[in-house]
Design a protein around this ligand. Structure first.
Ligand code: ZN
Length: 325
């Protein structure tokens, strides 16, 4: 570190010396020297889960602004003037991708953002909503898809193996944008990835220990497809991919029938969705109401689910409390 800073200072002195020699080379060299940011790297994260990841990896070397905060719904978001100002001032923007942030392109244009955009999900094996509509998963409104032409499931962070990819993508981007702290970003990425992988193993073991007929739950929106694939759980969702779809009476009746016939053990609510429908299904079927899951947003600071890993721990505890025979 000390060596790197010393070399940076040497480069700046060299630039100043060259400036003194020639006005022609002065301007570009002076600009290059200015690009070494005096303060922390300014990063904007589109929603709370990415904001936490950037904080874990960036530590004190970054200042993070998160656009869609705790308990917020990133599917349906109206950016504010403050969001545009934060983005204008930022050097790095971290987004989920997979058509999650449908409102982002317009915000990037409004803010005239000229920095680096990092797609955290790059390298993920995308899951298509139409692909595996088998094994009891019923989407009341699978075609809703936030009005998109595609049916790609954006909720890739719900598989911790994908969380590892997210962390590595973010770590690499921060190191590239702020090379003088590259070693620190690399060390924190490795430590964070080790924690994600350890938790991934624990979640796998916990679900593998459940009898197969207990590995079935009802949730409100279709956010746990990657989770189900990774950990062997069948999710029945009462709404579509997004959070604003209202299922029809016929859809609700069909889900209630399915929960009864298949003896689905538990119904869960989500922090980003309306709780009424889940409560009604639990009431009408006798399935256990399993509490609140964190799907698309973290909890408020200070609560156990206020971080990505904390969210997974919380959800795991809630699943186990409701599904263990
Ligand atoms: Zn969602």
């Amino acid at each position: 570190m000390a060596v790197r800073e010393h070399m940076g200072g040497g480069a700046a002195r060299l630039a100043a010396w060259l400036c003194a020699l020639s006005l022609v080379v002065c301007a570009p060299l002076a600009r290059a020297a200015d690009e070494q940011p005096a303060g922390p790297l300014r990063v904007v994260a589109s929603f709370s889960i990415l904001g936490d990841m950037v904080r874990q990896i960036g530590g004190g070397d970054v200042k993070v602004d998160t656009l869609v905060g705790p308990d917020g719904d990133a599917h349906e978001y109206e950016p504010t003037p403050a969001d545009a100002r934060a983005l204008t001032a930022a050097q790095v923007l971290v987004v989920n991708g997979l058509n999650f942030e449908t409102w982002m392109n317009r915000l990037v244009k409004t803010a005239n953002f000229k920095g680096t955009t990092v797609v955290a999900s790059e390298g993920v094996q995308p899951r298509d909503f139409d692909d595996d509509d088998v094994g009891g998963r019923v989407s009341a409104d699978a075609n809703h898809a936030s009005g998109h032409a595609t049916h790609v499931d954006p909720h890739a962070w719900q598989n911790l193996a994908n969380g590892v990819l997210y962390a590595r993508n973010i770590g690499a981007a921060l190191a590239k944008a702020d090379p003088s702290h590259a070693d620190a970003y690399r060390l924190r990425t490795d430590a964070y990835v080790a924690k994600i992988q350890a938790l991934d193993q624990r979640v796998k073991q916990a679900f593998a220990a459940l009898p197969p007929e207990r590995r079935r739950v009802v949730t409100s929106h279709d956010a746990f497809g990657y989770f189900g694939q990774a950990y062997g759980v069948t999710f029945i969702s009462t709404m579509g991919i997004s959070t604003d779809a209202e299922p029809s009476a016929a859809d609700v009746a069909r889900i209630i029938d399915q929960v009864k016939v298949e003896k689905v053990p538990a119904v869960f609510l989500e922090n980003v969705s309306n709780p009424r429908l889940g409560q009604r299904i639990a009431h009408d079927t006798g399935a256990k109401l399993g509490g609140t899951l964190y799907s698309d947003a973290l909890a408020k600071p200070g609560l156990p689910a206020a971080t990505y890993l904390g969210m997974f721990e919380w959800n795991l505890s809630a699943f186990m409390a409701a599904l263990k025979p």
